[in-house]
Design a protein around this ligand. Structure first.
Ligand SMILES: Nc1nc2c(c(=O)[nH]1)N[C@H]1C(S)=C(S)[C@@H](COP(=O)(O)OP(=O)(O)OC[C@H]3O[C@@H](n4cnc5c(=O)[nH]c(N)nc54)[C@H](O)[C@@H]3O)O[C@H]1N2
Ligand SMILES: Nc1nc2c(c(=O)[nH]1)N[C@H]1C(S)=C(S)[C@@H](COP(=O)(O)OP(=O)(O)OC[C@H]3O[C@@H](n4cnc5c(=O)[nH]c(N)nc54)[C@H](O)[C@@H]3O)O[C@H]1N2
Ligand SMILES: [Mo]
Length: 738
């Protein structure tokens, strides 16, 4: 079978007289419509059709006009020579720690053509680069959790029970941020079968009850929805813990045997140091959830088997550690940790694989070699890095310096989509001498580059796709060849490597087809039950769980059953409810109630609404913006922003109006959609709109592309994680005067 693998799942290639098309994969019970439109990008007007160089840069401008200049087409030979020359100049004059190769973001689903892996392999051969650590997805939780449960649980999903256990043993899920099924369309590396909907249905059929606390009713696929104010989950969670402490219902076994730090947490919750007991009444005022409801939820939690789910969005905020910390504390105090199917889960439905009871596929990635540069930044500190070279910053208990970057290389990922406060990024982005970007389409990042390489689209090359959290491996066939003159990232980097005498080292003397077969052999070594390469090529896919079913180990069960024999890797061997590092972090937990809602620069009086910027239902971030699903979703040629009808009419506005959302950082043009499912006081503008800044006659910048990151604040979650903090931006609405 001929298949195409994408982050939206697998599609069957149909070759008809009208040209090729994509059909849903026959084994996928819930195929995503997004990826089915992928082929529309082949000749889309946004396509980059040949290499380009910025005019001013060719004439010696080192960044002043970057983003506001025109481009001239250059040949691939010329572009590769320019890239190699600039890399050599920067290495010679400033060293490799002046090169930023962090290149964060989503690239191809294929393992070989994964652009960041290609770029990092190339840069490592050329002497190394400044890297970026962690993710925008769950970088805050990833730094927090090891302090509480040990290094084995640094990826938040590793704490989760699997869906089969949840269905079997858990009558209640308390879900903060909910489970947006639209998000489960996506998995990094793709999937053969989207199973989230199936598992939620099985949970409901087994009489499971789901209570969702979130500011958007669309986050609740089943069950009850409680409209909580964004950024206030920590108040609700601590109030529930308060009820358990006040009524002496804290699980003694839990605090005695599996956890330490209870006394400090208890004192904080009772308000010993700040005089404020964290009661349900106190939390009701902040969250908008009535005190008696919070109290009842606390009883439900301690009475029955229960799972607390947290969407990843909760920790993408200033002090985003807090809800994750408080949820784990509550799960321990209520005795839910280590019970089958219970305890805490992170991100059920945030992407497709989470909680899926399958064996993980293990294999070899494209080897990236060794990076001789040790300097790095936490990924979301990119603007500071470009603004303040040499400045010290604190990260996870260490003091580090921001590197002085002269050259930025990016292949895969779109910082002018994903980073916060884009107008500030655009200013800082002028500081390096040169920016080299590879992409297939003229994204805002490509438009803010000096040298642009057009890369072949994922369906224009063969690859194997396999998600690290999934059990399917798919041969992704070439649907159509790339247009003349357009090459893969691998070919482009091989040609640049040629100028540096590194081509053979870069390719390891393998052709692209040989590399793909070689990577497949890596999967076969880990899973000998997989078919031989020739057979795999014929069938087009394989699934390891089909070949050998297995028991999926459940996290923390062994530890809770026997904490002495199976200790955690924390210093005390137990769950640390209040690690010493937190107590030093003023911003973080000493005053755990610095609410993201209140800590935004804009005062509530001027900016009364809170912006939510969830993932887009019809795109993968900024990708496939030109495909039918995203095009259809636009209204009046604008991105659509949803708000409660009362908030819209209070401004004298109406559904369908084209308006500006604005604050001190910027303004974006959107079309309003009145939607009673959005909690009062919030506006929902999904990510992914293409940042299109336009200077208005009064000097302010209006983003015509509707990217919420024109408005979000670029502030670290805390000094602990330095995580991204898209959540909690305050905004106002106004009529757009054309
Ligand atoms: N306000 C706000 N901002 C957010 C978030 C939020 O919730 N709110 N979420 C954050 C999160 S979790 C994430 S993960 C980021 C996502 O941010 P990104 O991952 O940066 O977003 P994408 O639009 O997926 O960017 C991928 C880019 O890579 C290109 N690309 C794809 N395949 C290839 C390839 O093979 N080769 C090359 N050269 N290019 C390729 C695509 O064309 C696209 O331009 O956004 C973050 N930003
Ligand atoms: N279709 C599609 N799916 C995707 C992606 C995509 O681009 N497109 N991106 C993928 C990626 S990279 C990631 S990391 C995941 C992200 O997965 P998540 O982070 O789980 O998803 P989000 O859509 O950012 O947010 C989910 C919901 O959280 C709610 N929420 C926001 N802030 C708060 C809060 O403070 N408290 C509470 N209680 N609720 C809040 C919002 O109402 C929102 O609808 O999604 C993945 N799935
Ligand atoms: Mo993400």
């Amino acid at each position: 079978m001929e298949l195409f693998a994408s982050h939206f799942g697998t599609y069957e290639i149909e070759r008809g007289p009208e040209g090729p098309g994509l059909l849903p994969f026959r084994h996928d019970p819930a195929p995503s419509p997004i990826g089915q439109g992928f082929l529309a990008l082949a000749d889309h007007p946004t396509r980059i059709t040949q290499p380009h160089a910025r005019k001013g840069w060719l004439a010696g401008d080192r960044g002043a006009a970057r983003g506001a200049d025109s481009f001239v087409p250059v040949s691939l030979d010329e572009a590769c020579a320019l890239a190699a020359g600039e890399l050599t100049r920067i290495r010679g004059s400033y060293g490799n720690d002046a090169i930023f190769g962090g290149s964060y973001g989503w690239g191809s689903a294929g393992r070989f053509h994964h652009p960041q892996s290609q770029l990092k392999r190339f840069l490592n051969l050329a002497g190394g680069f400044v890297a970026a650590r962690n993710t925008y997805s769950y970088g805050t939780a990833k730094v927090l959790l090891p302090h509480m449960v040990g290094a084995a649980f640094s990826d938040p999903g590793t704490l989760n029970p699997s869906w089969d256990r949840i269905v079997e043993a858990t009558p209640l899920i308390l879900s903060f941020g909910g489970m947006r099924l639209a998000n489960a369309q996506v998995e990094a590396g793709g999937t053969g079968a989207h199973m989230t909907r199936h598992w939620i249905e099985r949970f409901a059929q087994a009489n499971g009850e789901m209570v969702t606390l979130s500011p958007d009713r669309r986050d609740a696929p089943i069950g009850t929805h409680l409209p909580i104010r964004a950024g206030t989950d920590v108040f609700a969670l601590l109030a529930m813990a308060y009820v358990l402490i006040e009524e002496n219902r804290v699980d003694p076994q839990a605090i005695g045997c599996i956890a330490q730090g209870y006394d400090a947490v208890k004192s904080l919750i009772l308000g010993d140091s700040d005089g404020q007991p964290k009661t349900p009444h106190w939390a009701a005022e902040q969250t908008g959830i009535p005190a008696h409801v919070l109290r009842k939820l606390a009883y439900r939690l301690v009475d029955g088997p229960c799972l607390i789910n947290l969407s990843w969005s909760l920790q993408r905020a200033v002090a985003g550690e807090q809800p994750y910390w408080a949820a784990l504390v509550l799960a321990v105090l209520s005795g839910q940790i280590g019970r089958p199917g219970c305890g805490i889960a992170c991100g059920l439905s945030s992407v497709s694989s989470v909680g899926n009871p399958v064996r993980r596929l293990r294999g070899v990635a494209l080897p990236q070699g060794e990076n001789r540069v040790s300097a790095f930044i936490p990924v979301a500190r990119i603007t500071e890095m470009l603004e303040k070279p040499g400045q010290q910053f604190v990260y996870d208990g260490a003091e580090l310096d921001l590197p002085d970057i002269k050259l930025v290389c990016w292949a895969g990922g779109n910082p002018f989509h994903h980073h916060q406060d884009l107008n500030r990024l655009a200013r800082a982005w002028r500081n390096p001498h040169s920016v080299i970007v590879h992409d297939s389409v003229w994204t805002a990042t490509a438009q803010h580059a000096d040298l642009v390489f057009p890369s072949a689209l994922p369906f224009e090359r063969e690859d194997i796709a396999a998600a690290s959290r999934d059990d399917w491996i798919v041969l992704s066939s070439q649907v159509t060849p790339p247009p003349p003159g357009i090459e893969t990232d691998h070919t482009i980097l091989t040609r640049i490597a040629g100028h540096l005498g590194l081509a053979d080292a870069f390719t390891a003397s393998r052709t692209q087809a040989q590399w793909i077969a070689h990577l497949y052999e890596g999967y076969r070594t880990a899973h000998p039950e997989l078919p031989v390469w020739e057979e795999f090529r014929d069938i087009g896919y394989a699934r390891i769980s089909e070949v050998q079913p297995c028991e999926i180990p459940q996290p923390l069960e062994a530890f809770v059953a026997n904490p002495h024999e199976c200790p955690l890797s924390t210093p005390g061997g137990k769950i640390d409810l209040f690690p010493p590092l937190f107590q030093r972090q003023d911003q973080l937990l000493k005053s755990p109630l610095c609410s993201p809602r209140r800590s935004d620069a804009g005062e509530p009086e001027r900016y009364p609404l809170q912006l939510l910027s969830p993932q887009p239902e019809t795109r993968l971030h900024s990708q496939l913006d030109g495909a039918p699903a995203a095009t259809r979703a636009r209204r009046n040629d604008c991105e659509e922003a949803r708000a409660h009808p009362d908030d819209i009419s209070a401004q004298g506005l109406a559904d369908g109006d084209v308006v500006e959302l604005y604050n001190d950082r910027g303004a974006v043009l959107v079309c309003l959609k009145a939607d009673p499912r959005v909690a009062i006081g919030h506006v929902v503008l999904p990510t992914g709109g293409w940042y299109r800044p336009q200077v208005q006659s009064d000097g302010r910048i209006l983003d015509l592309g509707g990217n919420p990151n024109s408005l979000t604040r670029d502030h670290s979650a805390s000094e602990l994680s330095q995580g991204a903090s898209a959540g909690g931006a305050r905004i106002a609405l106004r009529t757009h005067l054309r």
